[in-house]
Design a protein around this ligand. Structure first.
Ligand SMILES: O=C(O)CCC(=O)C(=O)O
Length: 263
């Protein structure tokens, strides 16, 4: 019923992404926003308790394992905010339920041809006012160590807020997925190898400005990133990557099948 159309599959193949607008209603998105804020608050609280795991700093990125989620702190300590949390579904049912929504995963099954799906990763990105950019990168490079069936992995990014250039919407470089793994940056520390040197790429970057409730489907090798949030409101997204059925989540000793009974 919600499977990808021929035109969407063609665009995915040629450009590495397609968009579906207004997949979720305002009420559904409001529930996801409440879930996201609840998860963020739980994590801040747990991170400040005695006995919390230590922060591991690599270049300017600060990582910490909190409540079963690998979190990345905002670059600016003053913000006291967490910009990325993975996984998060286990911390709030309003997020977990989204994973099994056929409006989200049926197009994925059309893309990768799988009749069963499992979760590869689920991640919440919360970009507060002043929240830092995500440098240009490709997911495939991060994931190639540890994925059990990388070729089947497809990412979905659900917008919980209207996303604009001003609040740091996602940018993509159309068709960059065709080039496979691209060269990283030599002058950006340890993590530079995972950031794409876009100076070596042809093609104009495209800002994916969308209303809340819309979904972007994208290929693991599509070069993408986002800029600082220059507004006074948060820009939140819920990013779920699916893979073929029966496999472990990325970096976790857990499996999470997608419930497809509503197909
Ligand atoms: O949320 C964003 O702006 C960036 C998302 C992204 O690139 C990622 O999570 O890998």
């Amino acid at each position: 019923m919600y499977r990808a159309t021929e035109a969407e599959l063609k665009q995915y193949d040629e450009l590495g992404f397609f968009v579906r607008e207004d997949v979720f209603s305002e009420d559904e998105i409001e529930a996801m926003r409440s879930g996201a804020e609840n998860v963020h608050a739980q994590i801040l609280d747990a991170a400040s308790r005695p006995g919390a795991d230590p922060i591991d700093q690599v270049d300017n990125q600060k990582y910490q394992r909190v409540l079963g989620s690998m979190i990345k702190w905002e670059w600016d300590d003053e913000l006291r905010a967490v910009r990325s949390m993975e996984p998060t579904g286990h911390l709030d049912a309003r997020l977990e339920v989204v994973i099994d929504d056929p409006r989200l995963h049926q197009p994925v099954a059309s893309i990768n041809g799988c009749d069963r799906l499992s979760v590869f990763s689920d991640k919440l990105n919360v970009k507060r006012p002043g929240g830092a950019p995500f440098p240009w990168h490709q997911e495939g490079l991060y994931w190639e160590n540890g994925a059990e069936d990388l070729a089947s992995v497809v990412s979905t990014l659900t917008y919980l807020d209207d996303a604009t250039k001003a609040n740091g919407c996602l940018w993509v470089i159309p068709a960059s997925h065709k080039q496979g793994n691209l060269q990283g940056l030599c002058d950006r520390g340890v993590l530079g190898a995972l950031y794409t040197d876009v100076a070596l790429l042809d093609g104009e970057a495209l800002a994916v400005e969308l209303r809340a409730g819309s979904v972007l489907y994208f290929h693991r090798d599509l070069v993408h990133g986002s800029q600082v949030n220059r507004t006074e409101a948060s820009r939140r997204v819920f990013v779920i990557a699916y893979q073929s059925g029966g496999l472990h989540r990325w970096n976790l000793d857990q499996k999470r099948e997608v419930v497809t009974s509503r197909l």
